[in-house]
Structures are given as C-alpha cells and as structure tokens.
Design a protein around this ligand. Sequence first.
Ligand SMILES: Cc1cc2nc3c(=O)[nH]c(=O)nc-3n(C[C@H](O)[C@H](O)[C@H](O)COP(=O)(O)OP(=O)(O)OC[C@H]3O[C@@H](n4cnc5c(N)ncnc54)[C@H](O)[C@@H]3O)c2cc1C
Length: 343
Amino acid sequence: METILVLTHVDETGATLTKASLEAVTAGVELAKQLSATLSIGILGGDASAAAGAVAATGARVFAVTGEAFAQPRYATDATGCEALCRAAQASIVLAPGSSRFTRVAAGVAHRLGGFIDTHITALSSNDSVDATRWFYRQRVEAVISREKRPWFLLLDAGTHAAYAGATAAATVEAVAVTLPATRTTVEGLRSPMRDAQTIRPDAKLLFVAGAGWTKKQPDGQLHVAEAGKEILEFLRLTGASLGSSKSLADQKAEGEESVLPFLTHMNQIGQTGSTPRHAKGLSTCCHGEEPHVVGWRFIGDRRAISLDPNCGWTRGKADVVYIADAFAVIAKVNAELAARSS
Ligand SMILES: Cc1cc2nc3c(=O)[nH]c(=O)nc-3n(C[C@H](O)[C@H](O)[C@H](O)COP(=O)(O)OP(=O)(O)OC[C@H]3O[C@@H](n4cnc5c(N)ncnc54)[C@H](O)[C@@H]3O)c2cc1C
C-alpha cells in the first residue's frame, strides 16, 4: 500500500502555507482517497503551529521540521529538512509544489532516498498504478507516466489543483528532529521589487499580452511608443493583470534598439521559447497570434485579442473572441472607464 507525503512550506509571513502548498495538499487528499492510502503532511518553516491548523481537517498525520534555520530557503537546510520529513513519514509517494524553494532541493532529496523524481506534473490519477500527467515539447504533447520506483517524488505545477480550504482547527504536530548540516549561506533578508515594477503576477486573473504592434507605425504614419508604455502601465495598475509579451516585442530591447517598454523583459515572453502561464483570462493586444506565441496560451481559460488585422492568427481559431480594432483606442477607453469606476 502506498504512503503519501505532501511536502509543504510556509510563505514569507512564516505563519501560513503557500497557495501552491495548499494545492499540493488537495492533490494529496484526492490521491489518498483514490488509493485508500495513508496520507501525511510535512511542513517546513520557522514555525509550523499556525500553518498546521489550515490542514488539520484533512485528518492526515502532520510532521514538521521547524526552527530558525528553516525560516528562509537555503539548499543545505531545506534538503536536510525534507529528507527528515520523508523518512519520518516513510513515504512511498511524495507530492510537493513546484515552487522555487522545493524545485531547488527536491531532486537532491529524491537522490538521497534512492528514489525518482518527475516534475511539472499537472494531474494525478490511479487505476492499478499511480498515473501522473505532464506536458512535453512546450505543451504540445501530453504524457501519462507511471513508475515502479519508490519513493517517487512528484513536483506539481502551480494552478493545477484548487487550494485546500478545510476548516481551521487545532492540529497535532509531530516535530521531526534534524541535525543541522554545515551551512555556508547566510540569508540576510529579502529584497523584492515595488508592486508597480513587478509586472509578472502569476496569481492574477488576467494575462495582458503586449505585441510588437504597439511599437509599429500607426495609421497616422507615426510611432506612439511613449503613449503605448503609458497605456499599458495604466491598464496593469488599474486591473492588477500580469504582463506578457510576444517575442518580437521582447527582442526589440534585447537587440539594443530603442528601449521600447523599459518595464518589459524576456521574463515576460509567452510562447514556445517563453513561458506558459495559467490565468483565467487573457487579452492579447497588437500581437499577430502566430503558433510559436499562442502555444504559450495553452492554459489560459478565456482568450481574447485586439488586432487591426482581420486575418491574424487569433481569428483563425486561436482566440475565443477577436476585436478587429485599434488597441490604442480600445485600451485608452477601457482605462478611462476603469479609472472612473475606481474613483
Ligand atoms: C523557433 C521559434 C520560437 C519562437 N518562440 C516564440 C515565443 O516564445 N513567443 C513569441 O511571442 N514568439 C515566438 N516566436 C516568434 C513568432 O513566430 C512571431 O514572430 C512573434 O510572436 C510575432 O510577434 P507579434 O505578433 O507581437 O509581432 P508582429 O508579427 O509584428 O505582429 C504585430 C501585430 O500587431 C498588429 N497591430 C499593429 N498596430 C495595432 C493596433 N494599433 N491595434 C491592434 N493591432 C495592431 C498588426 O496588425 C500585427 O498583427 C518564435 C519563432 C520561432 C521561429
């Protein structure tokens, strides 16, 4: 019989589990039910008492590795803590969020335990075996994997499961003792960009994509780059949307041309050679909708585009709704209406 462990970690507040951790808890609860397996939850963080309450309703055994050394991510301590949690739970299947904290250590922990790891898992199911689903070749090919090797570590992509939201209750936490390894890294603090400067917002409901059209000559024969930057930033400020870009737009700055939109980097690029984010809705503007770009929209729920070109890729079955219109005019109008509503 399988023994499932869900590895979780706290967020920057130190008291709450991250959303991705709670998504992994949901996956663990569902899989344990399907397999009639034992479920444990492991918590890594400075203090687990508050965080444990949020998963008490699962009825799972809760193990924790806590203390100052685990308050901040660091390879040596996180790997030791996760290894100790896996050994305490005697896990045969380990589910963990594919967060930067766990992605960094999970393969090393699997190796220490003589196990195997698969990453970017989007779904789990079980018949006779445990089946894990992931995408290959930039979300074009979907594969279902099963393995004999145990322990089997599965890192789950964020946004693929609902965050666990059971009633908060007092939880019995089994503290797992660890011998701290030698550390070379001292975490001095966190520095994060101002909210306005941070344009990539994975938790946003809306993805707003800017294409190269924003920097092209417009019907009046002129460039309107400054106006484009102003309208895009205003839209992001008013909606809280996450900013994506086509490759053509992101490349313009990289190739040393006029610095088009200084807040935009290749990190914003969506597509085959960019990212494949998950948002409920997406709005593409001034972008042609070519296949290498649109493949990055695989997990966007409702896809809309504003393009001047009635023959663009979006109109050829790639978007749910296409507005054949001037994005400068549309976004300026939308911004004005949003500003009026928020004042
Ligand atoms: C191997 C490979 C990998 C690639 N990977 C990626 C990738 O990861 N991501 C990616 O994005 N691309 C990728 N590409 C490039 C991709 O094929 C396209 O070249 C790119 O997406 C085009 O960007 P664009 O639509 O913004 O620009 P353009 O093709 O220049 O289109 C601009 C559009 O804006 C419209 N427009 C102009 N003004 C307005 C206005 N006022 N209002 C509304 N619409 C307007 C125009 O009608 C036009 O349709 C890749 C290509 C290759 C070969």
